[in-house]
Ligand binder design. Structure first.
Ligand SMILES: [Zn+2]
Length: 250
């Protein structure tokens, strides 16, 4: 899912119109509203449930400006022009999340017959921070060590997105790096990895590298500080995140 935006722009998303072109599907109907042809613009921007999500989000919409019939114009608006209308701290719903939720709701309808309430999507995003913190604790208690690793990474990525431009992460857990690189090999943590892949849309230069514990001083410090995580996860090439207390010598 991390390439969803790129696929949107290049028209590679598996909307029914594209599947028909590739002889993978017999009809072009939109699975959500029954429109005779489901294009990318229709699925993400114009289909009534999708449009409803945009209306409920913090993204300003206005007739003739956004959304319009061109996927390029819409993405240009979300990438650049929206920032002139909306103060960054008012932008509570980053567009990669909205697009991902819309696409996921569309797939839930097509493949599982589930109807998602557009309000639910926005509510999920708005309550995201608290929910995720609770989830992190739950995972630490109930699930495997691998789940804890992935949850810890996701929580830190979320914080980095909100408070820092840091794109580089380090961990002493080799399995975590393997999971990020080849998520399809780890079906037991598929749900958690899918969330990471969604976050990756927002990181243009994401890196995660293996750092042996003994070779990094910050590692020891962070592992002592971040006691909620079973193993340490640290940031490379960044200052210590502001929400953590500083070590005495730093
Ligand atoms: Zn539709």
């Amino acid at each position: 899912m991390c390439h969803l935006i790129w696929q949107l722009i290049t028209g590679q998303v598996a909307v029914t119109r594209n599947l028909v072109r590739q002889n993978m599907r017999g009809d072009k109907y939109c699975p959500r509203c029954g429109e005779t042809e489901e294009s990318v613009t229709h699925a993400i921007f114009e289909c009534p449930p999708a449009l409803q999500v945009w209306s409920l989000s913090a993204t300003p919409i206005s007739p003739g400006t956004f959304p319009v019939a061109s996927v390029y114009t819409n993405m240009d608006y979300l990438f650049w022009r929206k920032n002139n209308i909306l103060e960054p701290d008012q932008d509570k719903d980053p567009y990669p999340w909205i697009i991902w939720y819309i696409w996921k709701a569309r797939n839930d309808k097509l493949f599982r017959g589930i109807d998602r309430d557009p309000l639910e999507l926005v509510r999920l995003r708005r309550n995201g921070e608290n929910t995720q913190l609770m989830e992190t604790r739950n995972f630490t208690r109930c699930e495997s060590a691998l789940h804890s690793e992935v949850e810890a990474l996701r929580w830190k990525m979320e914080n980095m997105l909100q408070h820092s431009r840091c794109q580089s992460f380090g961990t002493d857990c080799k399995e975590l790096i393997a999971m990020i690189n080849e998520p399809q090999e780890w079906p037991s943590v598929a749900t958690e990895l899918e969330k990471i892949e969604t976050m990756l849309i927002c990181f243009l230069d994401f890196k995660i590298t293996h750092v042996p514990r003994v070779r990094n001083q910050f590692s020891d410090f962070l592992s002592k500080t971040a006691r909620t995580f079973r193993r340490e996860l640290l940031f490379i090439g960044c200052s210590i995140p502001f929400w953590l207390p500083r070590p005495a010598q730093a």
